[in-house]
Design a protein around this ligand. Structure first.
Ligand code: BEZ
Length: 210
């Protein structure tokens, strides 16, 4: 069954490039990005994995662990890692799950049979500290993901989890945010003094500090 926003992220135990792990134990109280890619030794996937490895510190600074998955075996992941490093300058620095029997791919609905009945699509699940799914994305095999966008979304998710605000189109860290409609004007005047009402339902305020 499809996993929806707000659902608990299903737990599993799997073999990875960093040994056998239990997902919820490995994740702990951090946020996590669980993503799938179609196959090892394929061009777009090679660029994606290296790009993500190069961004590891950005994810660390957001208290977010990264874990990948494909239907290939651990030995393939490890051989492919040399190519990833050669091409991108970044070797894997997060676990890559081996899922040859597609157990976890099925659990997370990562195989879309009308796209391919063999390989996982490019799924992304952002999972909060509470183990609930906060964001899902699905890309086809032919389109590499934009991981800067993923960082931007995590910034928004973490901000809006703490404050009664939402983020507008194309928002970036440090830019003005929107006061959610559930906050009355009276309450907004206390919590967000000086906010600007562009419309009665569109009230803008500087980004609250952490
Ligand atoms: C790729 O990563 O380049 C790729 C993988 C599967 C199908 C098409 C492209």
């Amino acid at each position: 069954m499809a996993i929806r926003l707000g659902d608990e992220a299903p737990d599993f135990t799997a073999e990875t490039t960093e040994g056998r792990l239990n997902f919820h134990e490995w994740k702990g109280k951090s946020w996590a990005v669980l993503f799938s890619h179609p196959r090892d030794f394929t061009p777009v996937c090679t660029t994606e994995l290296g790009t993500l490895a190069g961004l590891k510190r950005e994810f660390d600074s957001r208290n977010t662990k990264v874990i990948g998955l494909s239907v290939d075996a651990v030995a393939d992941h490890q051989r492919w890692n040399d190519d990833i490093r050669d091409v991108t300058g970044h070797a894997l620095n997060f676990p890559l799950i081996a899922d040859p029997d597609r157990r976890i791919a099925d659990l997370y609905d990562m195989i879309h049979p009308n796209a391919s009945d063999t390989f996982t699509v490019r799924s992304v699940f952002v999972i909060g500290a509470d183990n609930k799914v906060k964001l899902t994305l699905t890309y086809p095999a032919s389109t590499g993901r934009n991981f800067q966008e993923l960082l931007r979304v995590i910034d928004s998710l973490q901000l809006t989890a703490k404050h009664s605000v939402a983020t507008p189109a194309d928002w970036r860290q440090g830019e003005d945010v929107i006061i959610v409609p559930a906050v009355s004007d009276e309450d907004a005047r206390k919590r967000f003094p000086g906010f600007v009402a562009k419309k009665p339902y569109l009230r803008v305020t500087p980004q609250p500090s952490a």
